[in-house]
Design a protein. Sequence first.
Length: 102
Amino acid sequence: MPLTPNPGTHTFGRDAYFMHGDSKSHPGSASNALPRNTATALKVVDPVEGDSHILAISRVCGIPFIDDAPKNYKAKALHAVSAVTTANPHIKARCLDALRKS
């Protein structure tokens, strides 16, 4: 669901705010999809450059947490993405880049 900041809100240069739901029976599953089910996560990202799509690479591959990321999340995600052999090489490279920047 897209979120629109109130006029005049200082967003520190960020845009494209979204809220996603989660599972009551498996909380955190959506945010942890990348290191846990990497090949599938990379299949659903929007292959178009930019961040206008809810499944943009920066959103799927960046660290998506409002609170602190779980311990070692970034290292686990980098390892998982690096190990995938079935992903589109261009998407895989952009995902690794987004992870490193987050």
